[in-house]
Design a protein around this ligand. Structure first.
Ligand code: F6P
Ligand code: MG
Length: 472
């Protein structure tokens, strides 16, 4: 089998950093050897198949609808040019939907953007994996992770090809709506956080640990609120999740919270005065989930379990609800402007964290590429090097889990460390509700409990994990 990127002569010039050498090829061969096949739409009836057949076209239809509904806004802003642009974007998205529904070949990107070359090289790589008789990569026959990422990148291409509405985020409305509809839960969460922070000096170690566990679980269940699973329909948090944590505990299938606590508590105890503990949070969805992540990040600083938090978001609108810089700033601003005392206090403090650099928001084009994380050190060595500086990396959500494990058909009992396939920049933890037919690191017999009684246990978001990889 050709190696990803390296079998192709252009890869060495375009994708590798100047410091990389030919031995990278051998290492990549080792990394990819022996890994199971990718999840794919080829498997009729699988979640991947249903996603490509039903969910993705639904998402596209909703995006087209959104553009349509903003028609007069585009006209007011840009005159006739706005109307023309709206028509163009709609026709490009309709074409895309048709390509998908008729399983047409995957075509290269044409519009210049920072990642266009990398994407097109990746398409060539996918092509190189096929036999001569197979033709071009197609929607239902290629790896699911690749085609699903490709679809979101094509939506972005349709928008950037349609100036002057080329900065329009077709998912913005649903992301914002999720935030507004979760107001009560957000208020409850902010009130809780402020109470904890006020008393933090008086908490003993056990109390601090219990609080850490609570906020971790809130961040976990916040991941139920992604909008791509519901085809963009609202999935907000209407009840106070703090009251449900005990009930939800049995639904945590892998629970490495203790290991996170030991790691951070140890950092706190052994840290020299001026030194730092950096926690990286690779964000997932905006709206309620983002609030839960920021509440956790606030607690990490207030409790001194960490001294700085680096967040990573997405450079372009992605998987419907993923956080972009606009969403991040917008949400903090909304919180600050709230009429609710504790909510606005959170907003003001979070803004101050950003201003003083204790919170750093970053993005990197790698997060919106189709690559599994085990090739990050070769495709995006700068990002990998940055992640290596973390004491702990928290990967939020299902898509990150798919990329961590390569979106492959692993046995349920394969150790997480093995499925990471060489991706070990720093101690890391996946915090994810299960929304894809993929799970590793289970005890023998554990999966079997669910397989018979709940055929969709892997995809409804009902179950969750804290899965850690790092030194014991
Ligand atoms: O549709 C693919 C998918 O990865 C699902 O498996 C999941 O429901 C969703 O997209 C994204 O989930 P998350 O926001 O948790 O990454
Ligand atoms: Mg998401």
């Amino acid at each position: 089998m050709p190696l990803p990127f390296l079998a192709l002569p252009w890869r060495r010039h375009r994708l590798l950093c100047s410091g990389c050498d030919a031995s990278v090829g051998a290492r990549t061969a080792e990394v990819m050897a022996g890994t199971p096949a990718s999840l794919s739409g080829q498997d009729e009836g699988s979640f991947a198949y249903l996603t490509i057949k039903d969910r993705i076209p639904q998402i596209l239809t909703k995006a087209i609808d959104t553009l349509h509904r903003h028609k007069s806004e585009f006209f007011e802003k840009h005159g006739e040019k706005g109307t023309e642009a709206e028509k163009k974007a709609i026709s490009l998205l309709s074409k895309l939907r048709n390509e998908l529904q008729t399983d047409k070949p995957i075509i290269p990107f044409v519009e210049k953007f920072v990642d266009t070359d990398i994407w097109n090289q990746y398409l060539e790589y996918q092509q190189s994996l096929l036999n001569e008789n197979d033709g071009k990569p197609r929607w239902f026959y290629s790896p699911w992770l690749f085609v699903e990422c490709y679809m979101y990148r094509r939506i972005h291409e349709a928008i950037i090809q349609s100036p002057p509405i080329d900065d329009f985020d077709v998912f913005k409305e649903s992301k914002d709506q999720n935030f507004f509809e979760s107001q009560e839960s957000i208020i409850a969460l902010c009130t809780h956080l402020q109470e904890v922070v006020r008393a933090i000096e008086d908490l003993d170690e056990n109390q601090l640990r219990d609080e850490f566990f609570q906020l971790l679980q809130i961040s976990l269940w916040g991941n139920k609120c992604d909008l791509s699973l519901s085809g963009g329909e609202t999935r907000s948090q209407k009840t106070n999740v703090i009251n449900s944590l005990e009930e939800l505990k049995p639904l945590i299938l892998v629970n490495d919270m203790e290991r996170l606590w030991s790691l951070l508590n140890n950092c706190k105890k052994t840290r020299e005065k001026a030194s730092i503990t950096r926690v990286v949070i690779v964000l997932d969805n905006s709206g309620f989930e983002l609030v839960t992540d920021l509440v956790l990040a606030d607690f990490l600083l207030s409790s001194q379990l960490a001294t700085e938090i680096h967040f990573y978001g997405k450079t372009i609108p992605w998987f419907v609800s993923d956080t972009t810089i606009r969403d991040f700033n917008w949400l903090i601003e909304q919180m600050k402007m709230s009429n609710h005392k504790w909510m606005s206090k959170c907003g003001a403090e979070w803004e101050a964290y950003v201003k003083t650099g204790r919170w750093v928001y970053r993005d990197h084009i790698f997060w919106t590429l189709p690559h599994e994380f085990c090739v990050m050190s070769q495709v995006a060595p700068d990002l990998y090097a940055e992640l290596q500086k973390a004491h702990l990396i928290l990967f939020k959500g299902d898509l990150n889990y798919r990329k961590l494990t390569g979106d492959r058909k692993w046995e349920f009992t394969v150790p997480f460390h093995q499925a990471l396939n060489g991706f070990h920049p720093a101690p890391l933890c996946s915090i994810r509700t299960l929304k894809a037919e993929l799970q590793v690191g289970l005890e023998p017999g554990q999966a079997e409990q669910y397989v018979a009684s709940e055929p969709n246990w892997l995809t409804t978001g009902k179950y969750g994990i804290f899965q850690f990889d790092g030194p014991l």
